[in-house]
Design a protein around this ligand. Sequence first.
Ligand SMILES: [Fe+2]
Length: 480
Amino acid sequence: MAQPFSEHPYLTGHHQPMRFEAVAPDLIVEGELPDDLNGVFYRTGSEPLYDPPEGYHWFDGDGMVYGFYFEDGRVSMRNKWVRTEKFEAELSAGKRLFGVFGDPATSDPSVQGMRYNTGNTNIILHNGKLMALMEGCPAIEMDPRSLDTRDYLDYGGTITGPFSAHPTVDLSTGEMMSYGWMINGPAGKPEVRYEVIDKDGAVTNQFQFEAPYMSMIHTVLATENWVVVPFNPLEVSLERAMKGGPMNAWAKGRNSRFALFPRHGNADDIRWLEMPGRHMFHELNAWEEDGQLIADVAAANGTALFPNDDGTMNTHGDTTLELRRWTIDLTGSTDAIKEETLNDKDIQFPRPDDRFMTRKSRHSYANSNLNSADGRVDGMDSVIHFDTQSGKEDIFHFGDGAGCGEFVFAPRTGSTDEADGYAMTLVHPANSHHTELAIFHATDVAAGPVARVIIPYRIPSGFHCNYYSADGALAEPIFA
Ligand SMILES: [Fe+2]
């Protein structure tokens, strides 16, 4: 029998798990649903089936995927858990069996040796396959329509270990640049595996290299020809955990390191660069320009997501992520990385018009925080569209106490120009029992939503969202 959940900042308020799967046809829409919006909006997040007895971390819940399908002027929704071995074993036992992050020291003997996987971090479509992703495990395929869990995707046996939760897809070529970290386990050599997977699912480049330390990485910066794997000083240390310290901690004073190499290069091509320690899990975009690699990223000088290695904790206010531009010289005349702040609003997930990923872009979309004391716990209360070229801010505030998720661009059917379309986010208004999928004109966010899709219950806060247009190559198999 399931027990009530503990009092925990990430198990209450906007985050409180709902624990059910639903099908909702033809949802009520307030305003006017644009008739040139056809596609699917996916959202995943951490929604634990059972209360964890040994404590909890925001990233530790079972993955729950929501799909909103826009077709013929209507929108329908369904949501399902990612049915991992962990989920099935715990459902069968009627209780949580794994320790936090699968820590074997606090896991039930019945799951020793079983793969800890939640599939809760990202939900992307590539080669017609819907992939539920979590750092540390192979991708899990789900049916893009029914959201039924299928099996692990191993690309013909070439990827059987950890796979990125944040691969970069270049829509100009259909190539996906990905990686796996901790491929030798937390006690093994800190090696990273890099790969390019083409639009048909063939692995066209793959190699391994040694990381400077066991760093928690969450993205690759990719341009048309180059890739950067960033290593944050977020260190994973089994040794520290054995001594009673945190397994994941911010290593104060340590530099961030960057492995730069050609997209289709190999380990011998790597050029190492560094800068003072930065927390960077999400880029807006990266591209090449005049012999330089430009990367617009959400970065901070530390993090409150994990403790520091000296046992202290940062606050959200000390470590807000802002939009910064890193410039890397590709000619090799300098190894210094130039850093400038483009916008200092507290943001969570910056997103471009995905069609321009790896190519020069100027429009950015992000969920942001204007008035919350802690945007991660209390909710990101606003969305921002920011033009990195003109510096123009375009902001909408959902009201104090609201919590909104990743703000993603959705192209207008048939459009090709950057930012020609809409942008949408799931928002839980303050003190309400419902959720809205708020849809904005992509270049006039301040005007407020043109349509609000009403979900008549609260959808708990989540992680990544992605929108796939019905007339885009990636979504064709769903809407054909
Ligand atoms: Fe992420």
